[in-house]
Design a protein around this ligand. Structure first.
Ligand SMILES: Nc1ncnc2c1ncn2[C@@H]1O[C@H](COP(=O)(O)OP(=O)(O)OP(=O)(O)O)[C@@H](O)[C@H]1O
Ligand SMILES: [Mg+2]
Length: 304
């Protein structure tokens, strides 16, 4: 395997005359977890589909495990585990059967896959559902089965499109723990997520894309330091505009999103002093996080 498990170089993709991926370049090093972040419609899924050879790029160069894509996608895919954004399990088969069918797809015989099934079910905490038909599973159980299925071929690289969307908090923590154990075993992960906490916890590096273009790249801590670099006080109150005027002299910057005011402060004391005088507001003083970075870069208003 080369140093980079995934290489994207000036990749472009148009749909209906519009560039939805626009000169995107990034590398994912072997053994790291790399996050692809961006608002709805930014081009994340399209990027992953091109990486897997499902959609053809209009320009640029892509390599997966050293293999040029799409030319040698079939060969590269043997070493890849995929979690698509939307589950594509066979609803009429049982959990167990879905894993067997997928094993066969990778050239494993029934005996080999049958031996793997208990550990895959344990990975997804679905031991008790082995004989349930997929149609009978909850949304979160299906998601966990899709994650387990992606490991059938013991892949070197996992490509996951919103792996924990639809999972409850316990299941999400379980999956984070499982993904960390895969990283500890030397696997490489490329994931997309809308959960900034997930990206902050799991990703060694990430890039933020908007309208198909990269707008930031780096380690989560570095991005938080360079883009925000101070504490945040979130204030909830009845009149955010009036509050902004009252707090502006004491903050380095203030943003309003819906009913919440985000006060960026080097010195929190003067803002605390102001807020203590008011009994109609609630506030939370916290360190800056990746969500602040994301919202700073992509704007606090909804896109799409
Ligand atoms: N097959 C297609 N035909 C035409 N347009 C498409 C197709 N697939 C995606 N698009 C468009 O490309 C853009 C990027 O879509 P994509 O699914 O890659 O976004 P995304 O970043 O994954 O968004 P989300 O966070 O909502 O999943 C969108 O404007 C979408 O409408
Ligand atoms: Mg998507």
């Amino acid at each position: 395997m080369p140093d980079a498990a995934i290489e994207f170089h000036r990749v472009e993709k148009c749909y209906g005359g519009r560039k939805v991926v626009d000169g995107l370049s990034f590398d994912v090093r072997v053994g790291e977890c790399f996050g692809l972040l961006g608002p709805n419609g930014a081009g994340k899924t399209t990027t992953l589909r091109m990486l897997l050879g499902i959609a053809a790029p209009d320009a640029g160069a892509i390599r997966l495990c050293g293999e040029p894509i799409p030319e040698r996608a079939r060969i590269a895919r043997a070493r890849i585990g995929v979690v698509p954004q939307f589950d594509n399990l066979d609803p009429d088969f049982t959990v167990h059967e879905n894993l067997l069918v997928f094993g066969r797809y990778f050239g494993l015989n029934a005996k080999e896959t049958r031996e793997l099934v208990p550990s895959l079910l344990e990975f997804a905490r679905l031991e008790h559902k082995a004989d349930a038909r997929v149609a009978e599973l909850s949304g979160g159980m299906k998601r966990r089965l899709t994650l387990a299925r992606a490991l059938v071929n013991d892949p070197d690289v996992l490509v996951m499109d919103e792996p924990t969307t639809g999972l409850d908090p316990q299941a999400r923590h379980l999956i984070w723990e499982r993904l960390r154990s895969l990283l500890a075993r030397g696997k490489t992960i490329l994931l997309t997520t809308h959960f900034m906490e997930e990206a902050e916890r799991l990703c060694d590096r990430l890039c933020v894309i908007e309208e198909g273009r990269k707008i930031a790249e780096g380690a989560p801590k570095e991005l938080i330091a360079s883009e925000i670099g101070c504490d945040v006080i979130e204030v909830y109150g009845p009149d955010p505009l009036a509050l902004r005027d009252a707090l502006a002299p004491f903050a380095t910057r203030i943003d309003i999103s819906g009913e919440t005011l985000f006060c960026y402060v080097d010195d929190p004391q003067p803002v605390h002093a102001q807020l203590k005088q008011r009994d109609d507001v609630r506030y939370l003083h916290r360190p800056a996080n990746l969500e602040d970075v994301f919202l700073r870069l992509t704007g606090r208003e909804m896109q799409d």
